[in-house]
Design a protein around this ligand. Structure first.
Ligand SMILES: NC(=O)C1=CN([C@@H]2O[C@H](COP(=O)(O)OP(=O)(O)OC[C@H]3O[C@@H](n4cnc5c(N)ncnc54)[C@H](O)[C@@H]3O)[C@@H](O)[C@H]2O)C=CC1
Ligand SMILES: O=C(CO)COP(=O)(O)O
Length: 335
């Protein structure tokens, strides 16, 4: 029966939105999925061929053509759970026509790993501040998980963080299946900040790879990176957490080492001498770490946490310092 279904709107047209639509549509007939994306050509292609033409295009998506739309208000009004999977830098623009009333009573799930610029907010804070969404109606999807491996149904683990255990359990059960295992957490702040920071360190890892540094150096870089994450999340939201959990350390490792990582790929091009513009142009995908490091630089003016790796990435991407020089200077600070 249509009225008994869990109605989920997935907002975004990139790889992660595509993978999340796959997970939820794979999870049985009890879910109704509404998929919003801004690109009408992609929608027309999807309706005809059941494939997203620009992202994970080899994947067949089993969604009712009538449930794919470029009308955001329609998508949101038709759902009880809204999953946001748009790069953070574009979120505010994408939601411009949406009001607090449109989101009232709904569970809002962020699958985004980035800061909303201007106010430099993590997504949970942004939803609370801009749309008065109560924190117990917000959940965050995180953990080491690349869309490309979900598409191949390779076993993956997601962490669902929410201040409401009912909400985290609801979203965990929506996403769990044969190839997705879920755990829940109440650490929204730590989960979000760690997920954003690891993108910056994956950019650093890519830069070093592009410059010719080897695995020995990478291991030291990433050991220092997890300490940098711990210092920062402990400063902004000091609670008892184990930074070795997969939502923190695991996400850093997969992003820093995986061939699928957008952030590492972007950094690698920077290390090889591409300009930021040409690296972005080559990718057709978004490296959140590029935007995040600028926001972090501003946020950290208040906290003054010692973050030499993030500082080096900022200097390379925003102060035009040569990667060769900056990473050589950084290498003196690592141990
Ligand atoms: N791809 C992955 O494996 C994972 C991604 N995420 C997060 O999901 C979020 C979405 O990223 P992906 O799906 O990977 O993106 P993507 O890199 O696959 O695709 C880029 C997306 O950005 C959109 N876009 C590009 N320029 C835009 C603009 N000017 N205005 C509005 N939208 C624009 C494109 O339409 C497309 O939907 C990010 O925060 C990312 O960190 C989180 C976990 C895994
Ligand atoms: O968050 C991710 C994996 O957990 C995706 O990282 P990239 O955006 O670098 O591909």
């Amino acid at each position: 029966m249509e009225e008994n279904k869990t109605r989920v709107a997935v907002i975004g047209g990139g790889s992660w939105a595509t993978a999340i639509v796959k997970i939820i549509t794979d999870n049985g007939r009890s879910n109704k999925v509404i998929w919003w994306m801004r690109n009408q050509e992609a929608i027309d292609h999807l309706k005809k061929y059941h494939r997203n033409p620009r992202y994970l295009s080899y994947l067949e998506i089993n969604i009712e053509p009538g449930n794919i739309t470029s009308d955001l208000k329609e998508a949101i009004s038709g759902a009880d759970i809204i999953v946001l999977a748009i790069p953070a830098a574009f979120l505010q623009d994408a939601l411009a026509e949406i009001s607090a009333d449109d989101l009232k009573g709904k569970v809002i799930v962020s699958a985004i790993k980035g800061f909303v610029p201007q106010d430099n907010l993590i997504i949970g804070e942004f939803l609370h501040k801009q749309y008065s969404v109560p924190f117990d109606k917000v959940a965050v999807i995180s953990g080491p998980c690349h869309a490309e491996e979900v598409a191949l149904e390779k076993l993956s683990y997601l962490t669902i963080a929410s201040q409401s255990q009912d909400v985290s359990c609801l979203i965990a059960s929506l996403l769990s299946n044969r190839y997705i295992k879920t755990t829940t957490s109440d650490d929204i702040y730590g989960t979000e900040y760690a997920a954003v920071l690891k993108n910056i360190f994956a950019v650093a890892s890519g830069i070093c790879h592009g410059l010719g540094y080897g695995d020995n150096f990478q291991a030291v870089l990433i050991s220092n990176a997890i300490q940098e994450i711990k210092r920062f999340v402990d400063a902004v939201h000091p609670i008892d957490r184990d930074i070795k959990d997969s939502a923190y350390l695991g996400d850093l490792l997969v992003t820093a080492y995986s061939q699928f990582s957008r952030n590492r790929t972007f950094g690698n091009m920077i290390g090889k001498g591409y300009s930021v513009k040409s690296a972005q142009f080559e990718m057709n995908m978004v490296a959140e770490g590029y935007y995040a490091v600028k926001c972090l630089h501003e946020i950290n003016r208040n906290h003054k946490v010692y973050m030499p790796i993030s500082r080096a990435v900022y200097a390379i991407l925003y102060e035009n310092i040569s990667p060769t020089v900056e990473i050589r200077l950084l290498s003196e600070k690592l141990s």
